[in-house]
Design a protein around this ligand. Structure first.
Ligand code: NAD
Ligand code: TYD
Length: 365
């Protein structure tokens, strides 16, 4: 023993006020014995209102702060003695990384380094038993693998990295650091690479919530390029279940690909959303939402197809996605239609400025 107190049943979650982090924190407090300390800078993508149902929960603490702040991270680790760090915090939107890449390098690369390094210093001071039980789970993306042609096999854990956007490159850099901390220091690091998520609390700059809200409000539905780019969609609750599985059963030093086995072309996703919104909020005759679909100028370097081969996590750890894309999309549309106050609260002036900036040029085709 080192004289320090031992680890507690606490998770230090970073970026827990964002889309996936919020779903993870809520499900953690509902369905596990873990306490949660949520460290989040509350950038435009973070929303503390996601946690109103945890008001008065003595096993949940929110800390507004930056993962690049080594002193803050060290203090939180020392005070709360977590048994795991679950690292979601990131700049996460490809379009923003094309317009302003610097924040992506800072948070995704330097921020991940800062967390890894402070976690290593904390971990080295633990007892041998606690050192063996500690986990650092780094949440990453399938975008690090680059793009697939229509007939290529899905990404597996051994697919070479070939990131194409500044976002993907910054996540690839963070994955390499996570890998190095296991190989060099033997810190028990796990990495998950996940496909596109959808579900409640997703910031409406991403495809699915943007299309739901624009369809509801009768605004154009901007489809990039020919609309045939393919993503492999995963319901966010399935992603959270996979993260719990990897935390509990994953082998330190390993990476696990997580996917929904639901490849869909963007145009198919958008038309399905139109039909769901028409069904749930019937339009006047002749104003069906599909008419709002507008082809716009493509994203530079737009990856054609992502697809995940999740055989490893399914075979070795026993996880599989529970939600079918069509039922998950219906739940998601219903959630956005049922939470107008949440939607209003995230569409601040900064959001409107981003939408105007991102789509102004694209619409000129
Ligand atoms: P998000 O953009 O919705 O949330 C990111 C959160 O991180 C926000 O709450 C933000 O305030 C916080 N944050 C940003 N910079 C910070 C900093 N410097 N310090 C502390 N907090 C900071 O992102 P998301 O969609 O929930 O993604 C979470 C993680 O999952 C990311 O690492 C992302 O790369 C990964 N991922 C996302 C998807 C997806 O489809 N959304 C798919 C695969 C992997
Ligand atoms: P997005 O949700 O930004 O996720 P990612 O780029 O990480 O896959 O985009 C999903 C797909 O939808 C991608 O192929 C780009 C496309 N897209 C549009 O066609 N129009 C839009 O307005 C947005 C935001 C995305």
């Amino acid at each position: 023993m080192t004289g320090k107190s031992s680890m507690h049943d606490t998770l230090l979650v970073t970026g827990g006020a964002g889309f996936i982090g919020s779903n993870f924190v809520l499900s953690c407090r509902k369905s596990t014995p873990f306490s949660v300390v949520n460290l989040d800078l509350l950038t435009y993508a973070g929303n503390p209102a996601n946690f109103s149902e945890l008001d008065g929960d003595g096993r949940y603490a929110f800390v507004r702060g930056d993962i690049c702040d080594a002193g803050l991270v060290a203090g939180l680790l020392d005070e709360h003695r977590p048994r795991a760090v679950v690292h979601f915090a990131a700049e996460s939107h490809v379009d923003r990384s094309i317009v302003s890449p610097e924040a992506f390098i800072r948070t995704n690369v330097y921020g991940t380094f800062t967390l890894l390094e402070q976690a290593r210093l904390y971990w080295m001071g633990l007892s041998e038993a606690d050192r063996a039980a500690f986990r650092f789970l780094h949440v990453s993306t399938d975008e690090v693998y680059g793009t697939l042609d229509a007939d290529e096999p899905a990404f597996c854990e051994t697919t070479p990295y070939a990131p194409n956007s500044p976002y993907a490159a910054s996540k690839a850099g963070s994955d390499h650091l996570a890998r190095a901390y296991f190989h060099t220091y033997k810190m028990p690091v796990l990495t998950t690479n996940c496909s596109n998520n959808y579900g409640p609390f997703q910031f409406p700059e991403k495809l699915i919530p943007l299309m739901i809200l624009n369809a509801l409000e009768g605004k154009p539905l901007p489809v990039y390029g020919d609309g045939k780019n393919v993503r492999d969609w995963l319901f966010v609750e399935d992603h959270c279940a996979a993260i719990f599985t990897v935390l509990g059963k994953g082998k330190p030093g390993e990476t696990y690909n997580i996917g929904g086995n639901s490849e869909r072309a963007n145009m198919d996703v958008v038309t399905t959303i139109c039909d769901l919104v028409d069904e749930l909020r019937p339009p006047c005759a002749g104003s069906e939402r599909r008419q709002l679909i507008t082809y716009v100028k493509d994203r530079p370097g737009h990856d054609r197809r992502y697809a995940i081969d999740a055989t490893k996590i399914m075979r070795e750890l026993g996880w599989k996605p529970a939600e079918k894309f069509e039922s998950g999309l219906r739940k998601t549309v219903e959630w956005y239609l049922g939470h107008p106050k949440w939607v209003e609260s995230v569409r601040t002036g900064a959001y409107r400025e981003w939408i105007a900036r991102n789509y102004a040029e694209r619409l000129k085709i």
